[in-house]
Design a protein around this ligand. Structure first.
Ligand SMILES: *[C@@H]1O[C@H](CO)[C@@H](O)[C@H](O)[C@H]1NC(C)=O
Ligand SMILES: *[C@@H]1O[C@H](CO)[C@@H](O)[C@H](O)[C@H]1NC(C)=O
Ligand SMILES: *[C@@H]1O[C@H](CO)[C@@H](O)[C@H](O)[C@H]1NC(C)=O
Ligand SMILES: *[C@@H]1O[C@H](CO)[C@@H](O)[C@H](O)[C@H]1NC(C)=O
Ligand SMILES: *[C@@H]1O[C@H](CO)[C@@H](O)[C@H](O)[C@H]1NC(C)=O
Ligand SMILES: *[C@@H]1O[C@H](CO)[C@@H](O)[C@H](O)[C@H]1NC(C)=O
Length: 376
């Protein structure tokens, strides 16, 4: 177990620069798109990672996968640094009044499946580098002021389902391949669609209410209706799931002045259940320091007088509970590296997972953990 933890800690140290970069990159994006001051106020660049920021979603390894900033009344431009977000799959910046060009570095976001920049004031040409986004399924650049041709490189996007470039100032021929994308819209540009036989610049809108086949219509209606209900149910499920995850995430805020390095990296102690039981007076309610998504935190004293805080994780037996424990240790490892919050040790039994931290007299100064770790 010690070995596993040490390995986790090491892995985190190695990927630490990566985690920091994500936050820096997103913060840089915020600064460049210039949202009004009342937006994105919780985007705090001092946090260990951006996974708790509003409108940001991460995977279980704290890699940013989704950034959705719609209708925020921004006035700035797009930051080229966002190309560094290699794990991002969804980027939505629609309806923001963003100006300037689409940076060619957008082509570096190699995991991107959905890019939506609809309804901004983007100018310049569509960068050919977007053709490097091999996983892209949805590309929406409608309602901007983009000019020039549609880059031929977009023909290489084999996974495209949806390409909407309508209402821009694009000109020239359209790569043939793009007419095979299930849904496309090139209207309201200066494009020449005559190479496409019926000379249409947009794909057929989904259903055209065929009056000759009313029965088929009804059946289709029922099927569509039922699927929407199922889909809505599924969506609700996922939304709840994400919410739940969000709730469990923890925030470690940088606090200056903690330089005690007694508990160094690699010296995690494995406590026995009995030791922690004794230290916390059998997890007495009067020793509860706080409570959060993970469980309760107890105050305790070791036989040598060391004061500790013991975090007793609940629901680790539920699916994902073990992963939660792992995430916790990972998060703390990052904090160890940044010299913020040190894990002294841990305890595992078949039914319990516990983490042991040093107990600081002045907790409100030592840890400002946004009401999840400790409550006051
Ligand atoms: C956007 O800004 C305009 C003027 O600055 C303001 O009237 C409007 O309410 C803002 N909209 C939102 C959604 O913040
Ligand atoms: C990002 O994109 C630019 C221009 O498209 C390219 O020159 C650069 O090498 C890319 N960087 C990485 C890290 O892929
Ligand atoms: C596009 O640019 C023209 C000229 O610069 C401007 O008048 C127009 O408002 C712009 N359209 C949009 C949607 O930003
Ligand atoms: C549309 O693009 C052409 C060049 O392709 C340019 O001359 C013109 O000013 C653009 N119009 C707007 C409204 O941006
Ligand atoms: C549009 O393209 C077709 C063939 O691709 C060509 O014959 C026609 O002249 C073009 N029309 C314009 C207005 O450029
Ligand atoms: C294509 O875009 C135009 C203008 O933005 C819109 O009116 C039309 O409904 C769109 N067509 C489809 C099939 O989405």
């Amino acid at each position: 177990m010690e070995l596993v933890l040490a390995a986790l800690v090491l892995a985190r140290l190695l990927s630490c620069a990566f985690s920091d970069t994500q936050g820096d990159v997103l913060y840089d994006l915020k600064n460049s798109i210039k949202p009004p001051a009342y937006q994105l106020t919780d985007w705090n660049p001092n946090q260990v990672n951006p996974c708790t920021w509003s409108n940001v979603i991460c995977d279980n390894n704290n890699h940013v996968t989704s950034v959705t900033l719609s209708g925020m009344n921004c006035s700035g431009t797009l930051s080229p640094r966002i190309g560094a977000l290699k794990t991002l799959t969804t980027l939505t910046l629609k309806g923001n009044g963003i100006t300037g060009e689409i940076p060619k570095e957008f082509g570096n976001m190699s995991s991107l499946t959905s890019l939506d920049l609809e309804n901004n004031r983007l100018t310049g040409e569509i960068p050919p580098s977007l053709g490097d986004l091999k996983k892209l399924q949805f590309l929406t650049l409608s309602q901007n002021n983009l000019s020039g041709p549609i880059p031929e490189s977009l023909s290489g996007l084999q996974n495209l389902i949806n390409i909407l470039l309508d209402s821009n100032n694009l000109s020239g021929p359209i790569p043939d391949r793009l007419f095979k994308v299930p849904k496309y819209n090139f209207t309201r540009n200066h494009l020449n669609c005559s190479q496409n036989p019926p000379n249409r610049c947009e794909s057929d809108s989904t259903d055209s209410g065929d009056s000759h086949k009313p029965k088929v219509g009804i059946i289709v209606g029922i099927v569509v209706g039922l699927s929407s209900i199922l889909l809505a149910g599924g969506l609700m499920y996922f939304i709840c799931k994400y919410r739940h995850k969000g709730y469990k995430r923890e925030v470690f805020v940088d606090v200056a002045g903690e330089v005690d390095r007694r508990i160094a990296f690699g010296q995690l102690k494995r406590f026995s259940w009995r030791e922690l039981q004794l230290a916390t007076d059998n997890f007495s309610d009067k020793n509860i320091l706080g409570q959060g998504g993970f469980g309760k935190v107890y105050k305790g004293v070791l036989p040598d007088g060391t004061k500790i805080a013991v975090k007793r994780l609940t629901d680790f037996e539920s699916p994902g509970g073990d992963a939660a424990f792992q995430r916790e240790v990972e998060m703390i490892s990052v904090a160890v590296h940044r010299n913020l919050l040190r894990l002294i040790g841990f305890c595992t039994t078949p039914t319990e997972r516990l983490l042991v931290y040093p107990f600081m007299q002045n907790l409100s100064v030592a840890y400002r953990l946004r009401g999840i770790y400790y409550h006051y």
